[in-house]
Design a protein around this ligand. Structure first.
Ligand code: PXL
Length: 273
């Protein structure tokens, strides 16, 4: 007779990236690397490769609902992350079931635009993000353009970044992580705020075009660590190490913006980083 193992479980609610670098695919690969059992609820399918997004096809809203119920009625995730939520209706639906099933260990990656500029969340959905997702979030992980869109603040100084973090915290997230990847400095500095303390996580900027899936992978790594019962602080720190290694060891597939390397952290000898 086979043995049965108890495992920690994480759920991603996001879009599919046929190219395998971002979205659901990045999330499941990341969960697997952390040894967490991964589950997925799809909001939309993108037709995509390393050269860009060639089409976005939403899953029907009742299909989204059935997926959420299927997970909630049986599988009890230890942590949940959201990525591409597509539109306000989809956000409302997701938030309703997150609350109904008591999924409190929630990481919200407020995905809005793909690297090539394709819209993954309509502007009209910002209101729903504020009303439903931010209050439900344990951790929110916007990049600078997303933090600007969510707060209406132009982030052109450190003070503005802190101000944006405070607004997002006041909106209901327990931890705000504003990622610094979109800057130009030699160091990428992510700002973390928990309502009491504000601190920065810095590491050297890697000059590479292979950064596709960075945001998805980072938030999935946080969710994986939360699924193990790690504190938010420890989960964020560990995810930062994971994504730094994944960017440093990007993989060479496709002719455009290649993906980060999801298996680098586990497979490379640790002396290398
Ligand atoms: O990285 C943001 C993102 C999230 N989800 C899906 C995507 C992308 C970027 O391309 O395709 C499905």
């Amino acid at each position: 007779m086979g043995q049965l193992f108890k495992v920690c479980k994480a759920l991603t609610i996001a879009g599919s990236d046929s190219g395998g670098g971002a979205g659901i695919q990045a999330d499941l690969k990341t969960f697997q690397e952390f040894g967490v059992f991964g589950m997925s609820v799809l909001t939309a399918v993108t037709a995509q490769n390393t050269t860009g997004v060639h089409g976005v096809y939403p899953v029907p809203l009742d299909g989204l609902e059935e997926q959420l119920k299927s997970i909630g009625s049986d599988l009890t995730p230890d942590a949940v992350k959201t990525g591409m939520l597509f539109s306000g209706d989809y956000i409302e639906k997701v938030a309703y079931f997150v609350k109904k099933f008591g999924w409190n260990n929630l990481v919200v990656d407020p995905v809005m635009v793909a690297k090539g500029g394709a819209t993954l969340l309509g502007k009209e959905a910002l209101e729903a993000m504020h009303m439903y997702m931010l209050p439900a979030a344990k951790i929110i992980t916007p990049n600078i353009p997303e933090a600007e869109a969510l707060t209406g603040i132009k982030i052109n100084s450190n003070e503005a970044k802190c101000e944006a973090a405070r607004i997002l915290f006041d909106n209901g997230a327990d931890y705000v992580v504003i990622k610094g990847g979109h800057g130009e400095d030699a160091y990428v500095s992510d700002l973390v705020f928990n309502g009491v303390e504000i601190w920065e996580l810095a590491d050297k900027r890697i000059h590479t075009k292979n950064t596709h899936g960075t945001g998805c992978t980072f938030s999935a790594a946080i969710a994986a660590e939360l699924a193990y019962g790690k504190t938010a602080e420890n989960a964020i720190h560990s995810a930062k190490r994971f994504i730094q290694t994944a960017i440093e060891n990007g993989i060479d597939v496709g002719s455009g913006h290649g993906p980060v390397n999801h298996f680098a952290y586990r497979r490379l000898p640790h002396e290398q980083y």
